[in-house]
Design a binder for this molecule. Structure first.
Ligand code: UD1
Length: 417
């Protein structure tokens, strides 16, 4: 199986282009199910999760053509209504086809996604929201069976907890429902704003009416359109953190600085210099940084998807750091691997207390999910000696050409099979 081998301790220098957002591309691809014409998507990253969503759409009857990050997605005469287990189990985000299928076909059968390495991750909020819109939902043999005989109807939905996926499913369903849907306590991640931007371009009527509040007026039909996906803020954050961890000077191109403000603010506080321009930013880390306190939170808070990478950096900062994970109950799988590299981290409930060491030592480690894998790359870049990361298929699910990008910055990193 493929591995990444990193010879650490080399400062990073140069420029890197940030890819389009994986987590915006996935719901936007699912939303093409709502269109009655062709959709063209640009700046879609070449990562496995995007391929998986392509497979799901094809299974539902869509024609999906891809060339260099540009997608042409063409609807069939008749959509199929079932997303099978074999596809959904490879990527939880496949459940995002539920809302669009229900809105278009009034019937959907989608495999339950199941748990994953970072937690149980239920979909109850998706289902409760759709039920409020008139769907009859049951779980049979591991499948979500949903019917909306008279079509979905606008409703008032107040989420008891902020959920990115549930908000996306409801927005998509509401776009073609009868009447108005009001969503309260909606997640407001930039990927959701991007999905709403895409839907509005297709003819939907989605308004942001206040913090966590959305108003969606259902329309009769949505047309095909062209859309360019936003830059990936998690990849941006990963390269910012890696630049700060390895030292040197790294310029990130094609970024949205407003989407990563909490990260740049935190890195500056820790002693990194970050020079921010309109679409680019330069991070330079020359000296050992100060530790920090981090709580993960929904946007605009610190993203849980950057918590593992940040922890790799904090492991070699001065003094004590504390990281509190408030989104997922089991997102500390990287800690055991970092400890194998010499990190001093103690887990107390949902917090990790880190006592900074001067350096980590390279060794063999294993990725257990996408961001754990990215954290191990950051750790490998800052460590002394050789780090060998296995199970890198997790990294390939969410990062485009990670070793080529780091190699272009001078890192000693290679893929072996
Ligand atoms: C999305 C992102 C993922 C990110 C996460 C949180 C995609 C494809 N994935 O995942 O990378 O880490 O947001 O920012 O965009 N929950 C429930 N019931 C539900 C739904 C969620 O209890 O029906 C809980 C989850 O278990 C979790 C929390 O709500 O504890 C947030 O999850 P959610 O925002 O839904 O994450 P995803 O959409 O799955």
């Amino acid at each position: 199986m493929a591995k990444l081998i990193i010879e650490g301790g080399k400062p990073l220098e140069g420029e890197v282009k940030i890819s389009g957002s994986k987590n915006a591309s996935l719901p936007i691809m699912a939303a093409t199910l709502l269109a009655d014409g062709e959709c063209f998507l640009d700046n879609v990253p070449k990562v496995w999760d995007v391929r998986s969503m392509g497979f799901v759409l094809r299974t539902l009857g869509m024609r999906v053509e891809e060339q260099d990050g540009r997608f042409k997605i063409i609807p069939p005469k008749m959509l199929h209504y079932e997303a099978p287990y074999e596809l959904v189990r490879t990527m939880r985000a496949s459940v995002l086809v539920l809302g669009p299928l229900l809105a278009r076909l009034r019937h959907a059968r989608v495999s339950m996604p199941g748990g994953c390495a970072i937690g149980v991750r239920p979909v109850d909020l998706h289902l409760k929201g759709l039920a409020r819109m008139g769907a009859e939902i049951s779980i049979k043999e591991g499948y979500i069976e949903a019917h909306a005989k008279g079509g979905l109807k606008g409703a008032r939905i107040c989420f008891e907890k902020k959920s990115v996926g549930a908000t996306e499913n409801i927005i998509m369903a509401a776009a073609l429902a009868k009447g108005k849907t009001y969503v309260e306590n909606a997640a407001m991640e930039p990927e959701i704003t991007d999905l709403a931007g895409f839907l509005n371009r297709m003819g939907a009527k989605i308004k942001n009416t206040g913090p966590g509040c959305l108003e969606i007026t259902g329309v009769e039909r949505l047309k095909g359109t062209f859309y360019r996906v936003i830059p990936d803020r998690i990849e941006t954050g990963t390269f910012l953190i890696a630049g700060a961890a390895a030292g040197g000077e790294v310029t990130l191109k094609d970024v949205r600085p407003d989407h990563v403000k909490i990260i740049t603010d935190k890195l500056k506080k820790m002693g990194t210099s970050v020079d921010i321009k309109k679409n680019s930013m330069t991070v330079s880390g020359k000296k050992r940084l100060k530790g920090a306190e981090i709580d993960t939170d929904p946007f605009p808070g610190f993203p849980t998807d950057l918590q593992p990478q940040m922890m790799s950096l904090l492991c070699v900062c001065r003094g004590k750091s504390v990281v509190r994970e408030t989104i997922f109950e089991n997102r500390f799988m990287h800690i055991g691997e970092l400890q194998r590299m010499g990190a001093r981290v103690e887990i107390r409930g949902n917090s990790a207390v880190i006592t900074g060491v001067e350096y980590l030592n390279g060794t063999s480690v294993m990725a257990s999910d996408i961001r754990c894998g990215a954290a191990l790359v950051v750790a490998g870049l800052e460590a002394r000696g050789e780090t060998c990361i296995s199970r890198i298929y997790h990294i390939d699910r969410g990062y485009e050409k990670i070793e080529d990008k780091f190699k272009s910055l001078g890192a000693r990193i290679k893929r072996t099979s």
